[in-house]
Structures are given as C-alpha cells and as structure tokens.
Write a protein that binds this ligand. Structure first.
Ligand code: C2E
Ligand code: CA
Ligand code: CA
Ligand code: CA
Length: 279
C-alpha cells in the first residue's frame, strides 16, 4: 500500500485540486457549448389527470459533450450555478422555449401547450431578470400562463426580493411552480411566504407510494396542503398505472414521469402538438 505512485498520478495527487482542474475544463467546455449552440432542450410531457390530456411540458436541458457523452444536468447545472454561467444557460433555454411556442402559434395552433422552464433562485434574483423574462414573453405576444417557471435550488432565500420578482412575473401572466417540494431546501416556509400556482411533489414520494406507507402519507398530506393554499399539485416520477390511479383518487391534478413520457426533442413534441391541435 506504501508503494510509490506512478509519476503521472503524483502530479495530481490532491483530489481537491484535480476536482478544480476538471471543473475549470468543464466550465470552459460549457461556455463553448453555449456559444456554439450545442446545448439541447428536451420536453417532458405533464399530464392533466382530470381531463386525460398532456397539458404542458417541462423544458429540460441536455448536454452531449463530444468525446465524453451526455453530461448530467445535475452535474453541469450545479457547476453553472457556482459560476455565473447559469445566467446564459437560463437565457438559452428560455429563448429555445419561446421559439417553440412562437413556432406553434405561427403554425396556426389554436391552443398552445404550457411550457415550464426551470430557474434557480439565484437566476431569479439576477438583476433585471424579471423584466427580461416579462419583456421576452410580451415581445413574443404569447397568451398569459403559457410560459411557466419552476423554481429549483433555493438555499439562502431572501423572501422580499423573490416575492417582488414573482409578483412582477405573475402580473404579466407568468405563473410559478415550487419544484422538488419536500426535499432539500424546498420547504414549507416557501409555501408560507411565497405565492405558487403549482407545487411539484418531488419524484421520490410518488415513486415510493406503494412500498412506503410513509411516502403515501406524505403525498396525501402535501396534496391537502397545496389545495388548502389554492395551488395545483404536480406529482413527478410517476412510473406505473397504479401510482397514476392512486393520484387520481387523491385529487392530484397533474402527473409527470416515465409512464406518461420521457423528455423528447422539440421536433417530436412539435409534430405531436401540431397533430393534436389539428394543425
Ligand atoms: P427536475 O426539475 O426535478 O427535473 C426532473 C428530472 O427527473 C429530470 O431529470 C427528468 O428527466 C427526471 N424524470 C422525469 N420523470 C421521471 C421518472 O418517471 N422517473 C425517474 N427516475 N426520473 C424522471 P434531468 O433532466 O436529468 O434533470 C435533472 C435536474 O436538472 C432537474 O430536476 C432540474 O433541477 C435541473 N435542470 C434541468 N434543466 C434545467 C434548466 O434548464 N435550468 C435549470 N436551472 N435547471 C435545470
Ligand atoms: Ca423542474
Ligand atoms: Ca423536480
Ligand atoms: Ca421537474
């Protein structure tokens, strides 16, 4: 165990340092991807349990790094948040989503599907962010409620500025979902202090409804609570018919998960939508 390490390993024997180098390289590659437009946005359907149709989509960013393969958003979104890259990543996704919606509208769609874009609290608090989002939605002349925002990571939330940003967006027809409710920093205080149209129950709960009575009890309680404050519930991670049926019985409005569909490229979503809407 005490044998000397080969020279090339000695050169980088500090894991923290190696980590730092990897991050710097990945950051540079992400910057390139943004510039060359190689980030992809995929769309996962969100199903309206009540009327049995796909009501909207969640935009999920994808990065396929040449020579390395797909980089998980969990990894590069975290990296982007640690740097300032999360701002251009967010703008990139928003632009793509607005393009899709405008494309559908200009293609003659009578009713546009909603599309939800993920935003971290950090992005939301970026100066001028709310004005920029509202400005883009207005310029695109989209109907109210079509673009939705999902608030993710929200560590050190300073409620007053978040509240102001959310109010401004909402007044201009952009509703909010509280994402990953029940895990991490997505907590009851957010529901208490801020006004969300949707509560997205973290996928861990729906996924374990039938193997954990506790998960089932939590889903039931969250549904009651969300309805009590006038929010609709979206359950993520729905993978089986039994889960969907139980959610229906509980009065959950929306379901998202592999049972309904995985995230797909815009072209597929667009052609599906066009067919569905009789375009
Ligand atoms: P999220 O917002 O909670 O997104 C849901 C994640 O769960 C997605 O992973 C989706 O592919 C996955 N998922 C959906 N249905 C199921 C299911 O039935 N079973 C299982 N096992 N998984 C399912 P993905 O695309 O890897 O995204 C991971 C996270 O990265 C997202 O979690 C979100 O927090 C973040 N993210 C993705 N795109 C963006 C973005 O454009 N901006 C920001 N700020 N964050 C993003
Ligand atoms: Ca989300
Ligand atoms: Ca989520
Ligand atoms: Ca989600």
């Amino acid at each position: 165990a005490d044998a000397p390490l080969p020279a090339e390993d000695v050169a980088c024997d500090d894991p923290a340092e190696r980590d730092g180098i990897d991050k710097i390289r990945l950051e540079a590659q992400l910057r390139d991807a943004l510039e060359s437009g190689t980030l992809e946005v995929r769309y996962q359907p969100i199903y309206d349990i009540r009327d049995g149709h796909v009501a909207s989509y969640e935009a999920l960013v994808r990065w396929n790094l040449p020579g390395r393969g797909p980089v998980s958003p969990a990894e590069f979104i975290k990296l982007a948040e640690e740097t300032s890259l999360i701002v251009p990543v967010g703008e990139y996704v928003l632009e793509r989503v607005l393009d899709v919606l405008v494309g559908l509208r200009d293609g003659g769609a009578e009713r546009l599907p909603g599309i939800a874009v993920n935003l971290s609290a950090r992005q939301l608090l970026e100066p001028g962010m709310a004005r920029q989002i509202v400005g883009r939605v207005q310029r695109a002349q989209l109907p109210a409620g079509v673009l939705k925002l999902e608030v993710t990571e929200s560590r050190m939330l300073d409620y007053a500025p978040v509240h102001a940003v959310m109010r401004h967006c909402r007044e201009h027809g952009v509703p909010f979902a509280l994402d990953d409710f029940g895990t991490g920093y997505s907590n009851l205080t957010h529901l208490h202090r801020l006004d969300f149209e949707f509560v997205k129950v973290d996928q861990a709960f729906a996924r374990h409804m039938f193997d954990s009575p506790r998960a089932m009890a939590i889903v039931e309680a969250v549904v009651g609570m969300a309805h009590g404050i006038g929010a609709d519930v979206v359950c993520e991670g729905v993978e089986t018919r039994a889960q969907l049926q139980r959610l229906r019985e509980l009065g959950v409005r929306y379901a998202q998960g592999y049972l309904i569909g995985q995230a797909a490229p815009a072209a597929e979503v667009l052609s599906g939508e066009a067919a569905r809407l009789g375009v």
